[in-house]
Write a protein that binds this ligand. Structure first.
Ligand code: 3PG
Length: 239
């Protein structure tokens, strides 16, 4: 690491390092955990047809899933979020797969209650830091977690949870950094969710199995309500 003043430096060149004031990037958003109100699993959904957005959100709410994450992975995603905010007041909408600072602004403007990124650049973190919505910035390694911590985030997504080390990884992180709280997604299922949820540094888990593509395509709202109710009944193993 280069410290200011640690190297002889020619006077005609600009300084080697620019020191930012401490806390230049410091997240001050509302916390995510209180939004959950006991819901242990968050459905991660993608909407291909705009007209499916509201029935899908209602089907999930009917099964007990008021907290949902709609991903910006389809052309209609932002419009779908807008409709859910307008038509489904019981739904606590999170917007996921946020990849750009503009999408942070758009999501907050739409009325998202929380924002989720798969991974987090400094630009994204900067935009999220005081955006006014709860944030789950994505992380997959201890260094990324420490970086997010330096920026003032203590709740984060762990993605892609399975490939990145799964439950064992988060258990290991709890040793040196017990204060962080995670929402693992990617490879979480009804089979391993109880184990994840039993870990004290895990707030909730996310997954796409509650609203699978094929069931949305078939408009199987009753089937999705049933899957949502089953997912809501998942409890930490041993509880
Ligand atoms: C996500 O973005 O969180 C994941 O794509 C959801 O992962 P899953 O499809 O393995 O549940």
């Amino acid at each position: 690491m280069v410290r200011a003043g640690s190297l002889p430096h020619p006077p005609d060149l600009p300084p080697l390092v620019v020191l930012l004031p401490d806390g230049a990037l410091m997240a001050t958003n509302p916390a995510f955990a209180p939004l959950l109100k006991g819901q242990p699993v968050i459905p991660v959904i993608a909407v291909e047809r705009l007209e499916d957005a509201v029935p899908l959100a209602r089907a999930l709410a009917a099964g007990g899933m008021k907290v949902i994450e709609l991903t910006l992975r389809t052309p209609v995603a932002l419009a779908a979020c807008r409709e859910i905010v307008r038509e489904c007041p019981e739904t606590v909408l999170g917007i996921g797969t946020i990849l750009t600072p503009d999408q942070v602004t758009q999501s907050v403007d739409i009325g998202a209650k929380f924002l989720v990124t798969p991974g987090t650049s400094e630009k994204l973190a900067q935009k999220m830091a005081d955006c006014g919505a709860a944030c789950l910035p994505g992380s997959a390694t201890v260094s990324e977690m420490v970086q997010l911590m330096e920026w003032g985030f203590s709740e984060m997504k762990f993605f892609p949870a399975g490939p990145a080390g799964g439950l064992e990884y988060l258990k290991a992180v709890a040793g040196p950094i017990p204060e962080l709280r995670f929402c693992p997604t990617g490879g979480v299922s009804p089979l391993n969710a109880p184990d994840y949820l039993a870990q004290p540094n895990i707030l909730c888990v996310g997954g796409s199995w509650i609203a699978p593509k094929a069931m949305i395509a078939a408009r199987d709202w009753a089937g999705i309500t049933k899957l949502a109710a089953e997912a809501c009944a998942i409890r930490p193993r041993g509880a």
